[in-house]
Design a protein around this ligand. Structure first.
Ligand code: SAM
Length: 232
């Protein structure tokens, strides 16, 4: 029997956001590779799935990848999950997936929740062309990051921590001007899910006044939509 790696997306907040195929895979594989066994244990027990959990995270992925690929070459089927959303999207996954491809181990990716796509659609900003930028650099390279986006025509989507979102909105306003439309999408699929939509000036003012809490996706209109709006 050939082994396999299956990347399984898990909920980004609401525990019911998981597909039947994901649950069948998690129950039927030989073991589940996960970032945090306690966190993933809660998801599994919510869905009455039990299986062996093996820690796989940014601090050990370099060390354990070869041995995991070896086990898959011997016929083991592993599922890879992260704490939330799609593994590999600002989460561990890429390294293991590359190693499997190099060794001709079958890789499958199940479709499912990810904060990027949920936020793009919910933001109301143009979603037929967008660019996903991960997290902006925290310190070194941050200025270059914003500068490199100055001419971006597509909707820009990034993850940002609640501690840096005000700073990011101010930097965005300096880069694109205060009238550019944007959205702070927070706590998606959770009790306090909110889409703050407006100009960068309005979003900066709200941040200074009330602040943004929780998990956040920042979306900024690209220059194409901005120019089109201003011509109309
Ligand atoms: N793999 C995940 C995915 O597919 O979306 C992303 C993992 S990354 C380590 C975590 C970041 O994703 C958070 O800091 C936040 O920016 C974003 N995020 C995750 N869940 C979210 C949610 N429910 N609402 C808003 N943003 C979320």
């Amino acid at each position: 029997m050939a082994g396999k790696l299956t990347l399984v997306p898990t909920p980004i907040g609401n525990l019911d956001d998981i597909t039947l195929r994901a649950l069948k895979t998690l129950a039927g594989c030989d073991a589940i590779l996960c970032e945090d066994t306690r966190h993933s244990g809660k998801l599994l027990s919510h869905h009455e799935v039990s299986n062996k959990l093996i820690p796989f995270h940014q601090h050990n992925e370099h060390k354990v990848t070869d041995s995991l690929v070896g086990k898959m070459e011997e016929g083991q089927h592993f599922a890879l999950i992260s704490d939330a959303g799609m593994p590999g999207i600002s989460d561990p996954g890429y390294l293991l997936l590359r190693a499997c491809i190099e060794k001709n181990v079958v890789v499958e990716v199940l479709p499912g929740p990810t904060a990027v796509i949920t936020a793009i659609v919910g933001s109301g900003l143009p979603c037929e062309k967008y660019v996903y930028l991960g997290f902006p650099p925290q310190k070194k390279g941050r200025q270059t990051f914003w500068k490199s986006l100055h001419e971006e025509t597509r909707t820009m989507v990034m993850y940002e921590s609640p501690h840096r979102i005000n700073k990011a909105l101010k930097e965005a306003s300096e880069t694109f001007g205060p009238e550019r439309h944007a959205c702070v999408a927070r706590e998606l699929t959770k009790l306090y899910e909110t889409y703050h939509r407006g100009t960068l000036a309005e979003l900066v003012a709200y941040g200074d006044d009330k602040g943004y809490k929780g998990e956040i996706v920042l979306l900024i209109e690209g220059s194409a939509a901005f120019e089109k709006r201003n011509k109309e």
